[in-house]
Design a binder for this molecule. Sequence first.
Ligand code: GCB
Length: 594
Amino acid sequence: MLGARASQSRTITNLDGVWNFALDPENAGIDERWFANSLTDARPMPVPASYNDITTEKEVHDHVGYVWYQRTVRVPRMLDGERLFVRFGSATHTATVWVGDTEVVSHVGGYLPFEADITDAVGSDQTFRLTVAVDNRLTWQSIPPGIVGVNELGETTQFYYHDFYNYAGLHRSVLLCTRPAVAVSDVTITTDIDGADGVVNYRVETTGSTNVTVRVLDADGTEVATGEGAEGSLTVANANLWQPGAGYMYTLEITAGDDVYPQPFGIRTVEVKDSKFLINGKPFYFRGYGRHEDNLVRGKGHDNALMVHDFELMAWQSANSFRTSHYPYAEEVMDYADEQGWVVIDETAAVGLNVGLAGGIFGDGAIRKTYSPETINDETQRVHEAHIRELIARDKNHPSVVLWSIANEPETHTDASREYFEPLAAAAREADPSRPVGYVNVMLSPPDKEKVADLYDVVMLNRYYGWYVDNGNLALAEKHLRDELDGWLALAPGKPIIFTEYGPDTLNGLRDFHRRPWSEEFQTDMLGMFHKVFDDYPEVVGEQMWNFADFQTTPGIMRVGGNKKGMFTRDRLPKSAAYDVRERWQNLRFEQGN
Ligand code: GCB
């Protein structure tokens, strides 16, 4: 899906603000047509934000099921024949939208955008009532999966196998967009390098038949190439490449009839070869983190101040990359990463497809199979595939995205897991033949059991030697880590290995002379042990520690106010390991030049 970008033919009105909001404890609102009137007993709710931590009420925080958002919208001045759209950056996890009494769109999947043409529903009205019902329930057929149940007290409960709080609501901006009736509806840009020149291949789709012309503008807005037709290949002489740390961006300005759409892009190549990850033909080493969209009060709500601050902290540490663990991030984040030259592993929301885990740690005790007609089944696979395609459709033109991660820590040591993933890996490749595809492997599926590694271009590992296993014994942990790495080299020769998670929970301020688990000293030691091992294996081409910052989870005996594996606290203060890692990454950057 195209990003919302203003141009001479496209206007954008931001609908963020304080909306009206109501819980729907009986999930009766749709039948009772709540959209047909002002919400009863509505309370204020900021958009964008998760609703969970905004109020003081437990019912809001722990709500399972539908909530309703509503506001009045003023229609912008429009030219004759123009179309009006409402666009949601995301609604977690499923949503239905009404304009007045008319249902205009439903969307499944909590972390990707959707829009509706509301021109006819609005008609000649100057203002209209916009109502959104958002449901946070997860099922075996949703991505990510979850289970909603009722306990002995009759309370509705929600369980899921992933280790972050199921924040919900309207997490990203809601926009009102205008565009001509015949407009650009999609563009795919791939690039290549030919000596000093850049090759720009493009394919444009439009909503009706019309002439298409394109211009490539450099970062100063100077025209550097032009083309005619919906498809073509252009040459940019003496191109400025998009590089890690130097995100040079061009714009493909597309004119289709009355419509003008500016699509930013970068000229760069990505390739996996001989255990190396090459960007513009040069070996790239990933330094950084798995992250979360998570913070105080706003939960997963996008916030530009927090976004820029987080990137400043990552730059301070000399990181060069991150993974969008464990779901697609806000479009603003992807644009920012492009412009600043950050390298991104772009992950789907397929996390927790593994009954061996819960909260990242233990199974839920129930006797279940991960893949079965009653659990993760054909329908889940269909939803997962649609989600992969939607993510690629949204993010395919971001030069920062160098690798797709189609799942985090699924079960991959059973025959059923291979049946499940084979078509999904193929779908990702078909949707984007220009980038490598991978998935993130869990400790429960080590190389001697793993069944899907050959489907992918890279090996991505989350490993917790020294924490969940060999807790506190880093000498033993190191032995086991090396043994396992040797196993991967034997199983997947020629594939680069990226560590996408490693690190212990660390309580900020807990100091320990004996450097034991949970202390800041232990975090320094455990990260240091992993780094020492990485340096001995040229096949390891990346280290993304877990996690950039402490983050919220469901409460449990293994979590003290959330997951504490952050390099930074949840309010973004550095733990002491941050300084050691900074020194290492500064040195690596100096050696590796990015
Ligand atoms: C993992 C998961 C991540 C958890 C982490 C942990 O392997 O991928 O979501 O938060 O472990 O801290 O247990």
